[in-house]
Design a binder for this molecule. Structure first.
Ligand code: NAD
Length: 450
């Protein structure tokens, strides 16, 4: 079996790779297990140095990696460059973190009690196609920093950047077997990693549906899991907000990466008294989103990942949208920026569209905004726009979501924790919190009596 990799902007095949099965997955786990004793014994300073070298190599190969990612995902080159920059920053961050995770001493009778942070062992990482290299780095950085070895399964649609990263890892001097990439189907390779008795933990990013299956499969071996799943985040705009600023920013909070973003603020909740004015400003701002050739430096939105995904996205738009943007003619899985008016009970407001479709929903007051924003099974991200600082913090505390921003739509940073509430998953990535998911606390009591 082979995996054919396609450029979504041209529909052309750009690579054809063998698709691994259970045997190849088991071989990769065996390589990672064999590499584990030596890797966990590398001194903290040397492990940090190796990760820093990897970060530097990612910087040096930044343009090459950005082009691979742009062609494989169809994402605009400017965005891809930013993402690769973040990948390097993530490795720099965890290079610096290796020797900054301290244990504790705990006062007890008759001796000394101390804690250690031990690596988990072989870790399986399963990632989606929307931010392939970025999401890989969020897991790989802390996993390696904590002394684990890794088997990564990239999404079938987007394996190319992970394969190049594996080469750079070796070039950085990270020993063979520490980082292994297996390209294949989720139902075969992913499932085998989830069930493999030699894999200690699964770091998973993907849909809530597949995440549920990962959790079930992991139960057989009581495997640790971190689940970064879907979202249906609210962008809450109060009438006292700077409406111009909020409206200018809102399209990019949904249409970035063509809406294929777990943090997409795809429910735009607007206080009724400001609704008409905001809608007018939002339409204007959405009209200005530059959709087109991902290779052009000015492009802000590219195509969707596949023809099948475009059909799914289209199924969410019923009736006449409030606004529909333009798309290039010809080949490519294009879908226009689309604004619809909705109630929070409509399918477009309840399910993750994962495409450039945003639902405008009016609310009456602060309590109503909180009620609507929380009326979803998801809880990943969100924004609050208001000039009233006390209200901003009140609402931030009331929202059942893991990552929020006030008067901004940016919630992903290298040094701050990222992850979901409710069915958006659990566990945190990035920042020092990211290390918690890749080590186990060991407690040792040492008697000083006799
Ligand atoms: P997906 O769930 O279909 O696939 C994710 C990964 O799981 C892929 O590598 C896939 O091959 C693998 N997989 C599929 N079936 C499997 C199985 N039975 N066992 C093990 N692995 C299996 O998701 P996708 O379509 O690639 O990505 C889109 C989804 O990812 C969206 O729901 C999005 O919200 C979510 N996402 C979440 C975050 C986050 O951090 N919370 C970030 C990005 C994307």
């Amino acid at each position: 079996m082979t995996v054919t990799v396609v450029n979504p902007a041209t529909e052309e095949a750009i690579a054809s790779l063998p698709s691994a099965g259970v045997e190849e997955t088991d071989a990769a786990v065996a390589r990672a297990a064999a590499a584990l004793p030596a890797w966990r014994a590398v001194s903290p300073k040397d492990r940090g140095t190796l990760l820093r070298r990897l970060a530097t190599l990612v910087e040096e190969h930044g343009e090459e990696l950005a082009r691979i990612e742009s062609r494989n995902v169809g994402k605009p080159i400017s965005g891809a460059r930013g993402e690769v920059g973040m990948v390097a920053d993530v490795f720099h961050f965890y290079a610096g973190a290796v020797d900054k995770r301290h244990g504790e001493t705990i006062p007890v009778a008759g001796g000394i009690d101390m804690t250690f942070r031990e690596p988990l062992g072989v870790v399986g990482l399963i990632v989606p196609w929307n931010f392939p290299l970025n999401i890989t780095s969020w897991k790989l950085g802390p996993a390696l920093a904590c002394g684990n070895t890794v088997v990564l399964k990239p999404a079938e649609l987007t394996p190319l950047s992970a394969l190049r990263l594996a080469e750079l890892t070796l070039e950085a001097g990270i020993p063979e077997g520490v980082f292994n990439v297996v390209v294949g189907k989720g139902s075969i390779v992913g499932r085998r990693l989830v069930e493999h008795p030699g894999v200690a933990k699964i770091g998973f990013t993907g849909s809530t549906e597949v995440g549920r299956g990962v959790m079930e499969g992991a139960a057989g071996t009581i495997k640790r899991v971190t689940l970064e799943l879907g979202g249906k985040s609210a962008n809450v705009i109060f009438a006292d907000a700077d409406l111009e600023r909020a409206a200018a920013a809102a399209p990019y909070a949904v249409f970035d990466n063509a809406g294929q973003d777990c943090c997409a603020r795809s429910r735009i909740l607007v206080e009724r008294t400001a609704y008409d004015r905001f809608a007018e400003l939002l339409i204007e701002a959405t009209r200005n989103v530059k959709v087109g050739d991902p290779e052009s430096p000015d492009t802000e939105m590219g195509p969707l990942i596949s023809a099948a995904h475009r059909e799914t996205v289209a199924s969410f738009v019923e009736g006449r949208p409030l606004f529909t943007g333009e798309t290039p003619a010809g080949k490519g899985y294009w879908y226009p920026c689309t604004l619809v008016e909705a109630s929070n009970d409509d399918r477009v407001a309840r399910e993750e569209v994962f495409g450039p479709v945003a639902a405008l929903i009016p609310f009456d007051d602060e309590a109503d905004a909180i009620r609507i924003a929380n009326d979803t099974p998801f809880g990943l991200s969100g924004s609050i726009w208001t000039e009233n600082g006390a209200r901003a913090l009140r609402v931030a505390r009331a929202l059942e979501t893991g990552v929020l921003s006030i008067n901004s739509n940016s919630s992903v940073r290298v040094s701050t924790p990222f992850g979901g509430f409710k069915q958006s998953g659990f566990g945190r990535e990035l920042g020092l919190h990211g290390l918690d998911g890749y080590s186990e606390v060991k407690n040792v009591y040492y008697s000083t009596e006799g």
